[in-house]
Design a protein around this ligand. Structure first.
Ligand code: MLT
Ligand code: ZN
Length: 482
């Protein structure tokens, strides 16, 4: 442990006791590597404050000692956003013990949840008062409110209620100088200049430590149904989406899955079964939800939509869930894709967006181009078609050596994919953030005005670089574009 880290750890122990500081390498190990096992960090200590005041003390003392802090919630980042630097210079600041739901109101449809509250717990708490927190993703059992806010998380239910940016009504955070931004009051109107709440959402812990958030709740679900549709192409899927949008506002998810991703799930996730002919080239999962018993039942609505789609040639076959258990089984397939892709071996992931109408052309064109340029690779794109966001994974050729492929081939593939995304007017980070995985690509692709503004904000709020070093932007000038 470096002398300044030792000084920080000892003063925290003296003030808060042993519970605040963990230095046992075995206890620290799970928090030093990211979920995908791509980034391996080092840190001599993990700090676990239990209140806003304790986070304030940690940030102030770390600032005085010059020890960078890496904020961490459920450690489910897809871009190495919560993994400490490999040189051991930083310590981890875990928010997991801040797990109180401070307020929950059906009347105002708001919840105030601390940073360490796990998404599933928040969803359950909202349900108990007859409301719903609508954001959902595969890691709901581990992802925490602080991480969801700090990454502006998306997921599979964005279509109707938006990403975290739209669901956060207020943020409480400790800023790098140890002061507190208290923005929890959920004002409908507040025009005092720059919106600090929005600045902290998606800032990846580089501008402040989010300690709590006020979150919007929506009416709870009275009934829901899920349709699984087999079709020929992403173009056809988009036409089906547009048809559904014209007919109803009840559709909350519209996810596209290629046959290859379905095959991976069937092979690697126990208990899964193809809802329609697994040989269809493309599959779509559509969820419709009703919050009012007087409304048309979602299963009936989806059955009608499916009938129209088959008649209009927008689908080849399909089935509507006949029970909640079947709806869950369809979702298990969708949420199992990441896990099953991980089991398939080395692959490089890109979380990208382009305008929704451009997505089918991008999926087909970019997939063919990458496979042609990098022989033996397979491009598999799946996900949130309704949001113009897919996860564009490129698998290594069969038999490739894992570490050599990641070191020698993956960076070139990523640059090629991102160049295609930029040419299509898209974003190289749709919902996972930048973290350390995309930091250099963001620096390469700019645009320069955006990078200059991001750096100026970082420099102004965190001049000493105390918070989440090495993520999102560095303060050194960007390398020139080749
Ligand atoms: C998903 O939509 O499944 C997640 O964002 C995870 C992934 O990128 O694989
Ligand atoms: Zn996703």
């Amino acid at each position: 442990m470096r002398p300044n880290q030792h000084e920080l750890v000892e003063s925290l122990r003296a003030r808060f006791g042993a519970r605040m500081v963990e230095t046992d390498p075995e206890a620290l190990a799970p928090w030093l590597t990211d979920w995908r096992n791509r980034f391996h960090g080092a840190a001599p200590a993990l700090l676990s404050p239990e209140s806003l005041e304790e986070v304030q003390a940690v940030v102030a003392l770390a600032g005085a000692a010059g020890v960078p802090l890496v904020p961490q919630g459920g450690n489910t980042s897809m871009v190495g956003g919560a993994t400490p630097p490999a040189d051991g210079s930083a310590v981890i600041l875990s928010l997991r013990r801040m797990k109180r739901i401070r307020a929950l109101s059906a009347e105002s449809s708001l919840a105030v949840a601390e940073a360490g509250v796990i998404l599933a717990a928040l969803q359950d708490a909202a349900q108990e008062i007859g409301r719903r927190f609508p954001l959902d993703l595969g890691s709901r059992g581990s992802a925490t409110v602080g991480g969801l806010v700090s990454t502006n998380a998306g997921g599979t239910q964005v279509l109707r209620f938006g990403t975290m940016r739209g669901l956060v009504a207020g943020v409480e955070a400790v800023l790098p100088d140890g002061s507190v931004h208290d923005g929890l009051s959920a004002l409908k109107k507040d025009n005092r200049g720059y919106d600090l709440n929005q600045l902290l959402i998606g800032a990846e812990g580089t501008l402040g430590i989010v300690t709590a958030a006020t979150l919007r709740l929506v009416p709870s679900v009275v009934s829901r149904a899920v349709a699984w549709v087999g079709l020929d192409s992403p173009e056809q899927a988009l036409r089906l989406l547009r048809h559904a949008e014209r007919r109803t506002e009840a559709v909350e998810s519209f996810e596209i899955i290629p046959a290859e991703a379905l095959a991976s799930v069937l092979a690697h996730i126990p208990g899964t079964r193809a809802p329609v002919d697994a040989g269809r080239r493309w599959h779509v999962l559509i969820e419709a939800v009703s919050s009012d018993p007087g409304e048309r039942a979602p299963d009936d609505l989806l059955a009608a939509l499916l009938g129209e789609a088959l008649e209009a040639g927008l689908a080849q076959d399909g089935v509507v869930s006949a029970s909640e258990a079947q709806a869950e089984a369809f979702w298990r397939i969708r949420h199992g894709i990441s896990e099953s892709e991980r089991a398939r071996g080395p692959a490089v992931q890109h979380d990208i967006s382009v305008p929704v109408d451009a997505m089918p052309g991008f999926m087909t064109g970019a997939g063919a181009e990458i496979e042609a340029r990098f022989p033996g690779t397979r491009a598999v794109a799946y996900g949130h078609l309704g949001d113009g966001n897919v996860h564009f994974h490129v698998r290594a050729p069969a038999g490739a050596d894992r570490s050599r492929w990641y070191a020698d081939e993956a960076p070139g593939i990523t640059r090629a994919v991102h160049d295609l995304v930029v040419a299509a007017g898209g974003s190289i980070s749709a919902e996972h953030g930048v973290g350390q995985m995309k930091r250099d690509e963001l620096a390469r692709l700019g645009p320069a005005s955006r990078l200059a503004a991001l750096r100026a904000i970082k420099r102004a709020l965190d001049p000493a670089g105390i918070l989440n070093p090495g993520k999102l932007v560095t303060l050194a000038p960007a390398p020139d574009r080749p």
